[in-house]
Design a protein around this ligand. Sequence first.
Ligand code: E4P
Length: 216
Amino acid sequence: MKFFADTAEISEIRDLAATGLLDGVTTNPSLIHKAGRNFLEVVREIADVVEGPISAEVVALDYDGMMREAEVLRKIAKHIAIKVPLTPDGLKACRALTSDGTMVNVTLCFSAAQALLAAKAGATFISPFVGRHDDVAFDGMQLIADIRLIYDHYEFDTQILVASVRHPMHVVEAAKIGADVMTAPPKIIWQLFKHPLTDAGIASFLKDWESTGQKI
Ligand code: E4P
């Protein structure tokens, strides 16, 4: 499973990249707003730090506008994935961009039917939002399982990018289903490292080691 960081905060991205476990980054207009910085400048900086796919989202809703914005974004670096919404115009732009060799992340997916359309449009990534799905009392993880089943059935190459991840168990459940990628806020990725027995084990080993009076 690939790990993407869902943030536009460059310092958080640098910290995670230093672990060697970061495969890419996803941004969206809300994350850019939160970072309070210039969109193109942030995307450029992220692209310098992370070699994997960097998702940058268009804000136009019509095909021509999306293609115009995508043109600006994809010039930043070869590993920019253009993020388009799951609409008829978004999927038309997806088809055009992927046919031209550009990665596309189709976002705001909330049903298996939508995921099927995105795969048929040649999407590189489909982003089903599990947390927002759970928020309205639908089973976000069941959506991931349904998409996995459909994509495997037809051997679609589109990668399932689990988005709107809210806690470590979302990551574990998505991995059990066989999702290709998950994107999570850095805080959740750091939480994956944690286990109280690991901390307790380190403390007791160190205490016993000190008692030996040895040094390495
Ligand atoms: C990532 O591509 C999505 O935009 C993001 O995961 C949405 O997360 P949220 O539902 O926590 O805003």
